[in-house]
Design a protein around this ligand. Structure first.
Ligand SMILES: NC(=O)c1ccc[n+]([C@@H]2O[C@H](COP(=O)([O-])OP(=O)(O)OC[C@H]3O[C@@H](n4cnc5c(N)ncnc54)[C@H](O)[C@@H]3O)[C@@H](O)[C@H]2O)c1
Length: 250
């Protein structure tokens, strides 16, 4: 399949996990990809993976929580590739804590990286996406759809990503820009490798977060992102697409 021939995609979180898998997938399908992340070593590895497969990739070091850097990065991708068709806001962080023990610094950092980044990059990209009739895929989570114990901070940011996505979908539908959110359950990436729970955690409530199926692999999430970002999803906008092994059906 070559659904992204002549398309340019800007992908955050591209140094690792789902962002990397998405970059590889879109490049395989013909996209020129701008890989953005704060981790330059990981970016170089992703770029190598794509170039080894004869794909086209460039990298940019970006702290997605910094508005000026986000605006600059969007200017760079348009300057380098001439246009922008797809924005994938995938960078994110995770940390569990009992609600009463959340530190202000952790709260602000998670809001900045998981939520503010989506606003900054979407706002900067929107004029270019209107020109190209492009689209945005934002990374939310099942934490946007159901309350999760010890995840108040994460749920709040991901819930807001879904509503930001829906609002932008409504506001820009007539301009020809689609905006969707993706809501994975558990995915096998570095983000889920070291989850620590509070002492005396309520394991019965915690286990309600478990999917009915096995944990997903990053390339399975990338496949869903590729669909949403492609013209095959012409009629899909404003959705919060759960890909969660039945977690939220339960
Ligand atoms: N892994 C899961 O189970 C799961 C489930 C649902 C949603 N998600 C979401 O998927 C997204 C990707 O997560 P992942 O599982 O691939 O994790 P990951 O840790 O493998 O990748 C996250 C990437 O974001 C980057 N990043 C972090 N802070 C940044 C910053 N300030 N600026 C730029 N880049 C920054 C990291 O360097 C890393 O490359 C996140 O938004 C996460 O919340 C993950």
């Amino acid at each position: 399949m070559q659904r992204f021939n002549n398309k340019v995609a800007f992908i955050t979180g591209a140094a690792s996990g789902i962002g990397r898998a998405t970059a590889v997938r879109l490049a395989e399908e013909g996209a020129s990809v701008m890989l953005a992340d704060i981790n330059e070593q990981g970016l170089a590895q992703t770029r190598q993976l794509i170039e080894d497969n004869a794909g086209v990739a460039a990298t940019i070091r970006l702290d997605v929580s910094n508005r000026a850097e986000c605006q600059q990065a969007i200017a760079v991708v348009v300057e380098q590739f001439g246009h922008l068709d797809v924005l994938c806001n995938i960078a994110g962080i995770f940390k569990s804590a009992r609600m009463t023990e959340i530190e202000e610094e952790d709260w602000n950092r998670m809001v900045a990286i998981n939520l503010n980044s989506v606003f900054f990059l979407s706002q900067a990209a929107m004029p270019h996406l209107i020109s190209s009739k492009g689209n945005i895929v934002n990374m939310a989570s099942t934490a946007a759809l159901v309350g999760q114990i010890y995840n108040a901070m994460y749920c709040a940011t991901k819930g807001a990503v879904v509503m930001l996505s829906k609002s932008m979908a409504v506001e820009y539908a007539k301009a020809g820009v689609r905006v969707n959110a993706l809501c994975p359950g558990g995915v096998n990436t570095p983000l889920t490798a070291n989850i620590s729970l509070p002492e005396d955690a309520d394991m019965e409530l915690f286990m309600r977060m478990m999917p009915l199926l096995d944990i997903a692999e990053a390339d399975e999430i990338a496949a869903a992102i590729a669909y949403l970002a492609s013209d095959e999803a012409r009629y899909v906008t404003g959705t919060a697409f759960a890909i969660d092994g039945g977690q939220t059906a339960n």
